[in-house]
Design a protein around this ligand. Structure first.
Ligand code: HEM
Length: 485
């Protein structure tokens, strides 16, 4: 019976003593990913904790994670049956849904849509690139305006709008101004999404916390509202697309998804999955990318010599009379190295979206029952001293060989997009965005820290780690270019 099986399983997995009712919730602290790594030193890379009423297996380090997500890919491809997950994307999320035939089809539709609008052919590549160039040049203008008269400013919202605009342009063929109040308000609310669905969030593992006033109840209420708001925003756009749909002309990703789900051959997805897919793409593609851009800028002002070296290389490749392009990427390995090092060093998605086991599975001789919640500690891979020399040091050059070429073995060792069946499907567009945004920003501007500010690497914990508010200023580097748009 389940009780006997659980008992046997509990004896086998190491882990800290779990208190009645709360389990180990009080031990997680403000930075659960660091706690998970510290616990791994004591209990090994595969151990068990208890949060409220859930036994949770925590996986740390490359070997254990690879063993689970690659060697037992299907068994570890599930998502827990958390109530909060059902609030996402009108209940038709692909990211927050358990492993099933329908999920596979859903993921395939989303994956091929992303490919079709970013890298399928030279025309789509160009269109994708133009969206980013437009946003990057807008950012240059906004940053210079906010730096007028020696002012310093916090760039968070501007990056949020820029990243949201790229994904909105892909999904709806429409972008929004930095001053669009309604859009900005929606994005500010979305910022809080990751508080609830991150590993260690208590909403799902202690459901009784929702029955009386407390901070967790407030967070969850807010989470439900923001999911409704973003879903309503997307649904409205999808309805407009449906009403003006023309099978001869695919205007954007919404049209492409309508075409496959509503007009393609039966794939088991009802028309509600259109809104679900678009909401997922906007949600997944906005917060993650804008957080990466924020960290990149923070690190550039923290390490001015790295900023200067990047500018020198960008000038060498693009010159001063044209903007850098995605084509220049193969000649600008140092910028890619800087991006990989930012992802490794900050590990700003420290733990993936929680997984669950789809059947009983044995790894490392330990049996884990079906439907066990699994946390994947990505940061532990990126800071493993066996893999990385001085992991606590920020050093983009670690990714370059003696000829200045990117070391593929090392870049693929960075774990920020997860791996296996649930691996992120937006990794290529995210990296292309990070590259082009910063190639253009650094070509056009120099950035510096506010002199009265002690720039820290402190952050708030959630699905993404967000840097605490910091202020910078931008100065133009010679004549401004408009990229011909
Ligand atoms: C899932 C990271 C950008 C779409 C994920 C996961 C991570 C991740 C860690 C969870 C994997 C797991 O649970 O094992 C990132 C990072 C990004 C980024 C670091 C930016 C730097 C994007 C973009 C898109 C996207 C731009 C699409 C436009 C998705 C989707 C999933 C996902 C749809 C769910 C996959 C599934 O559950 O099958 N991402 N992501 N992501 N990501 Fe991303």
């Amino acid at each position: 019976c389940l009780w006997v099986r659980n008992l046997r399983y509990k004896r086998k997995l190491p882990g800290p003593f779990a208190w009645p009712v709360v389990g180990n919730a009080m031990q997680l602290g403000k930075m659960p990913h660091i706690t998970f790594s510290n616990m791994a030193k004591k209990y090994g890379n595969i151990y068990q904790i208890r949060l409220g009423c859930n036994d949770i297996v925590v996986l740390n380090g490359h070997t254990a994670i690879h063993q689970a997500l690659i060697e037992h890919a299907t068994e570890f491809a599930g998502r827990p049956n958390f109530v909060s997950f059902k609030e996402v994307s009108g209940g038709n999320s692909l990211a927050f849904t358990n492993y099933s035939k329908q999920w596979k089809m859903h993921r395939r539709v989303a994956q091929s849509t992303i490919r079709a609008f970013s890298s399928a052919n030279s025309q789509t590549k160009k269109a994708f690139e133009q969206h980013i160039v437009g946003e990057a040049l807008d950012l240059v203008q906004v940053f210079l305006r906010l730096s007028a008269d020696g002012q310093y400013f916090n760039p968070t919202h501007e990056f949020t709008v820029a990243a949201a605009n790229v994904i909105c342009a892909l999904c709806f063929g429409k972008r929004y101004g930095h001053d669009d109040l309604e859009f900005r308000t929606l994005l500010i609310r979305l910022d809080k999404f990751g508080e609830t669905v991150s590993a260690g969030s208590l909403v799902d593992v202690m459901p009784w916390l929702q029955s009386f006033p407390n901070p967790v109840q407030r967070i969850y209420q807010n989470f439900k509202e923001l999911n409704k708001e973003i879903f309503t925003f997307v649904k409205d756009k999808v309805i407009q697309h449906r009403e003006t749909y023309n099978p001869e002309v695919t205007r954007d990703m919404s049209d492409a998804i309508i075409s496959v789900i509503e007009h393609g051959k039966d794939n088991g997805l009802s028309k509600d999955f259109v809104e679900g897919t678009v909401t997922d793409l906007i949600g997944a593609g906005q917060d993650t990318v804008s957080t990466l851009l924020q960290w990149m800028l923070l690190l550039l002002v923290k390490y001015p010599q790295i900023q200067a070296k990047l500018q020198e290389q960008i000038d060498k490749v693009a010159g001063r009379d044209r903007l850098p392009t995605l084509e220049d990427r193969k000649s600008l390995a140092y910028l890619d190295a800087f991006i990989y090092e930012t992802m490794r060093f900050t590990s700003f998605v420290p733990v993936t979206i929680p997984h669950s086991t789809t059947s009983d599975v044995t790894i490392d001789g330990v049996q884990i029952p079906k439907d066990t919640v699994v946390f994947i500690n990505q940061r532990s891979v990126n800071h493993d001293p066996e893999k990385w020399k001085d992991p606590h040091v920020f050093n983009p050059s670690r990714f370059l060989d003696e000829n200045g070429v990117l070391d593929k073995d090392l870049t693929t060792s960075v774990m920020i997009f997860s791996t296996g069946k649930r691996r992120c499907i937006g990794d290529q567009i995210a990296k292309a965005e990070a590259f082009l945004f910063f190639a253009i920003l650094l070509h056009q501007c120099s950035f510096e820290n506010c002199p009265t500010q002690d720039l820290t690497m402190d952050y708030s914990y959630g699905l993404t780690l967000k840097p605490l508010k910091f202020k910078i200023s931008a100065k133009p580097r010679g004549k401004l270019l408009n990229g011909g748009i």
